[in-house]
Design a protein around this ligand. Structure first.
Ligand SMILES: [Zn+2]
Length: 119
């Protein structure tokens, strides 16, 4: 039998999940699974409340921007992204948010595009 030690992707400490499940996220590009301890999952300063698509230009790819509202009430506007309809690939342009937050934003953009019938 093997033993799997869980290491939080954010604080890098080992942890034991207490709520009967694991907080996790799949990293963009690599598809690595990121695990988060309960503490980091719950007091995440970058926890996202909602995203709003703010403009839309249709070329070969859709260059668009998104407004992100965080759970602490702060709002970050005009985070630009490209969406390539043929491959269904979404890429955020340079921004200073942590990688796992960007991954989450991309997934939320994907949901919105599906809602709008653009994907
Ligand atoms: Zn942690």
């Amino acid at each position: 039998m093997k033993f799997l030690k869980l290491i939080c992707s954010k604080c890098k400490e080992s942890f034991v999940p207490t709520c009967g499940g694991l907080h996790y996220m799949t990293e963009r590009f690599t598809n690595n699974m990121l695990l988060f301890c309960d503490k980091c999952a719950n007091i995440d300063k970058y926890a996202i409340d909602n995203v709003k698509l703010t403009k839309s230009n249709h070329y070969g790819s859709i260059c668009d921007s998104v407004e992100v509202r965080f759970k602490d009430g702060t709002i970050q506007e005009n985070i630009e992204y490209n969406y390539f309809p043929e491959t269904k690939f979404i890429r955020l342009n340079e921004c200073e948010l942590p990688e796992y937050t960007q991954t989450l934003i991309v997934e939320m953009i994907r949901e919105k595009l599906i809602e709008k019938g653009l994907m």
